[in-house]
Design a protein around this ligand. Sequence first.
Ligand code: HEM
Length: 353
Amino acid sequence: MATSLDADVRPIIPDDIARIVIAPKSYTDDATIYGAFRWLREHMPLGIAQVPGYDPVWVVTKHADIKEVERNGKLFHNADHNPILVDQASDAFTRDINGGSIRILSSLTYMDPPEHASYRTLTSNWFLPGKISKLEDQIRMLARQSVDNLLSFDGECDFVRDFALHYPLRVIMTLFGVPPEDEPRMLKLTQEFFGVHDPEEQRPEMAADPVVAAKQWAASIEDFYTYFDKLSADRRERPTDDLLSLIANSRINGAPIPRDEANGYYVAIATAGHDTTSSSTAGGLHGMMVYPENWAKVKADPSLIPGLVDEAIRWTSPVKHFMRNATADTQVRGMDIRAMERLMICYTKSLRA
Ligand code: HEM
């Protein structure tokens, strides 16, 4: 194993494991992907994946290392490169259509200190437990409606399609301020936005394109912008107490929030808020089918439900990775990381492992 003392010998992840971790398709096959992460955690918890067509990246798989990197926003930037790993051809296309910049979406995930903090604080109070608990009655009502809908099926339904996709979507869109009739549009755009590598979600005209990831990403962002421009103008004229009004009317450095940054915020909330929670809702039920003894325990003692929610998020790991790059030469786990090298932070059940 390489250490800082033998800096020329760097820990290169074996080719078969590296290809699994980098290829989006592997994440549809539990046995393959968990096998690869198990190997990495046991043998090379911090190693370099070199896969043709992709930038070489440090693959970070241990909880402690992930925390260390994430907590140091000055040393490890999100957005000098793409905060999501895609192939080099897709990144080149994005730069091409975006005046040389990789920042195609001005959302928090594309921001670093000090810009990140000024945008994050705009909404952080809104998400504090005190504020959220005031919304509890409204959220409970939506939960009841969704459970009633579930019970209206005659003993059989598709849990993902008929429940897990819709309840979190309803909650987020209601708090955000998107009218219910537009929820299907938000769902479709989110699935395209996050599903750039999923043949089921690819726009037909782009499926065979080598830079499909970048093209579809750009197209769905444009559609989101068209939609949110209108809603944002409406909330500026007629503010309500929803999250959209808060963002639309917020100020940065004394001036109204710029259009791209407002839209970046809207897209982040309209996508990240329900896609993640739908996955953990469906994954939680799946987990109880795999471990029926846990299902029996929760049925017998509903006070276990908060723990079940946490465990469903851990077990499902709805977000698979984010990227960082070192801003200066540094070390993690005794390894020399050089300035501008990229790190792939892998959340897949790495939490607590
Ligand atoms: C199971 C639920 C969720 C999971 C697993 C999850 C996971 C994550 C992860 C891993 C990040 C990246 C953190 C980083 O780069 O250090 C993130 C960022 C973010 N998430 Fe979530 N998330 C969830 C729910 C939500 C919800 C409900 C919302 C909005 C209502 C949301 C909005 C965001 C935003 C705006 C960011 C960017 C934050 C920043 O850079 O400061 N997420 N999330």
